[in-house]
Design a binder for this molecule. Sequence first.
Ligand code: SF4
Length: 150
Amino acid sequence: MLKLKPHHIIDIIRDYGQYSTFEPHIYGHAYHTVAKNIIENIEQEVQLVITSDDVCIPCMNLSSEKQCRDILPNHPYSSSKQIYNDYLDAEILKALSINAEFVISIKGYLLLVFKEENLFYKIYPHSKDIIEQRKIMFRKGLNKLGFSEV
Ligand code: SF4
């Protein structure tokens, strides 16, 4: 079963709305392979975690203590990606009223995200324009996956 950070799933669907392919990243993480896996089968189950996940496992930034060492220069919340990710994933789960380690289908999780109208505004510390753009691309990704509810 997949084990993923809630925001990684949202990012993948947003990127799917924007691009047609996923390529390997210089960090060596598994974002591209996990993305393909999700897109090919959204009925599969995922465990939602606030820890390092299946994307992080091969990443050059993952420390031996399973912490992310990456830096986010000039980020509005924190320059530590570990701190920001922990905040983001906890806020997503809180807004959706689900607990960490919860198991759900990818499709079921995406529907929860879609139905929580103001989720993106609750979780992202960015400008309105950036958040709107994320929402548009996320919806495009859902459309490409064939979501009839969107
Ligand atoms: S370790 Fe950090 S940079 Fe690497 S995939 Fe995980 S969150 Fe991203």
